[in-house]
Design a binder for this molecule. Structure first.
Ligand SMILES: *Cc1c(COP(=O)(O)O)cnc(C)c1O
Length: 419
């Protein structure tokens, strides 16, 4: 019998809107025919021969364990910093506070560069290099730029990053440390996108904007593959996701479809729940209006940069997934997000970004409204680390003089009266 070698089963790119298909082994951004989002398509029959529950048991816990469903052909082209394989933690204490008995926390802050963006950019930069790109460029609220810069460093590719001028200072600093060319842009992420598009045309950079090339979504879909595997090949009742450009939701939805066609899960799907900020909620507004495309949000503002995205090219893909899953979309205030951050830190020992805090606020709201039942198995995606947002944490600490004879009296106020 012929030995089947496991390898990427990528076959083509297909437009999610007009259905046109393109060869996978040339560089593509959006659909040349209609400008919408291209998806990678795989030979799932072939993938099913080697991507089995048994085979997975002996593979390392990075996202490359699913290499049949990843776009990178040559194993030597895989750029890895240990992305993926993040813990799915029980949220017992937070669950008690929210009234959810089966709460899970997917801690994406443990990815390289501190956010789930590492998954998408590991895939996109690996593939860009494999296809011969000479430089990569990105408009970003911060985390995507950091991830791209890190993988570009690993690949030896020049990186050009463009961020809104008011991005938290840790983000440009991290990119510069990786050797990227960092530019701050007056405006929002879509304004940064305009500069990247023009630069890509003039200087030949590969533009790796969200859903404007097909492979970031492939990296992010591994959150869905991993979740199914970590739960023993089943899916939860609900997934709560802080949504900006939408690749997280869109990628996971694609993953579930591929897993079903591989025979690894059944037809059940979680309710996909989109959380956005009160100050920037184009997808929530479109969901409520019952439409498939979102109008641009004006004067977008929120402390959560990753979800300050006024226009999403994949709006129809996000909204389709939410609706098909019986999910919903809701907003939370900045204050509620920060309260979510505090709760995760104090009850669970997880110091996360404000976007991640938004999932806590959303779960609380949905529980109060009865849209999440007390026993609904719910997964909060903690997309990023709080360490990049120290500006949001109060920095007023008592300063002690160790020679001060009254030092222990000052401590007694918080330590209690022992000894
Ligand atoms: C980018 C980002 C998001 C938004 O994710 P999308 O998949 O683009 O919708 C959420 N949280 C953090 C921390 C991010 O960096």
């Amino acid at each position: 019998m012929e030995q089947v070698v496991s390898a990427s089963c990528l076959v083509s790119l297909r437009c999610t809107s007009c259905g046109a298909t393109y060869p996978a082994d040339e560089i593509h951004t959006t659909c040349p025919a209609c400008g919408k989002v291209l998806f990678a398509e795989y030979d799932l029959e072939r993938a099913a021969q080697t991507l089995t529950r048994e085979a997975l048991r002996s593979r390392p816990w990075t996202l490359w364990r699913y290499h049949e469903l990843m776009p990178v052909r040559d194993p030597a082209s895989r750029l890895t910093l240990g992305e993926g394989g993040t813990p799915l933690l029980r949220g017992e204490r937070l669950g008690q506070a929210l009234g959810l008995s089966r709460l899970w926390l997917k801690d994406e802050s443990q990815n390289p560069t501190g956010s789930f963006k590492a998954r998408g950019l590991a895939a996109a930069v690996s593939r860009a290099k494999e296809l011969g790109a000479k430089a990569v460029a990105i408009p970003s609220a911060g985390n995507a730029a950091a991830a791209m810069s890190a993988y570009a460093a690993r690949a030896g590719l020049p990186a050009y990053v463009f961020m809104p001028a008011d991005t938290p200072p840790a983000m440009p600093a991290e990119c510069r440390a990786y050797g990227a060319h960092v530019f701050l842009v007056r405006g929002l992420i879509n304004d940064c996108g305009r500069v990247v598009r023009a630069g890509a045309e003039r200087f030949g950079w590969m533009d790796v904007s969200t859903l404007k090339e097909p492979y970031r979504a492939e990296g992010k879909k591994t959150m869905g593959l991993e979740l199914a595997e970590q739960l023993g090949w089943r899916l939860p009742d609900a997934i709560v996701y802080p949504t900006g450009g939408g690749t997280g939701i869109v990628g996971m939805w694609k993953a579930f479809d591929e897993l079903e066609r591989l025979g690894l899960i059944g037809r059940e799907r979680p309710r996909m729940i989109v959380v956005q900020a009160e100050g920037c909620a184009p997808i929530v507004r479109a969901f409520q209006a019952g439409v498939r495309h979102a109008d641009p949000w004006r004067d977008a503002h929120t402390v959560a940069p990753g979800i300050r995205v006024p226009v999403a090219i994949g709006d129809y893909l996000i909204l389709d997934a939410v609706r098909a899953s019986g999910g919903t979309a809701l907003t939370v205030s900045d204050e509620e997000m920060l309260e979510g951050v505090r709760l995760l830190a104090r009850l669970e020992g997880l110091f996360v970004s404000p976007e991640a805090g938004a999932t806590v606020a959303a779960a609380r709201r949905l529980r109060e409204r009865g849209e999440l039942g007390p026993d609904d198995e719910t997964v909060l995606f903690l997309t990023g680390s709080g360490l990049k947002h120290l500006e949001l944490v109060e920095g007023d600490y008592p300063v002690l003089d160790p020679d001060d004879p009254g030092v222990l009296d000052r401590l007694a106020a918080v330590a209690g009266r022992k000894g």
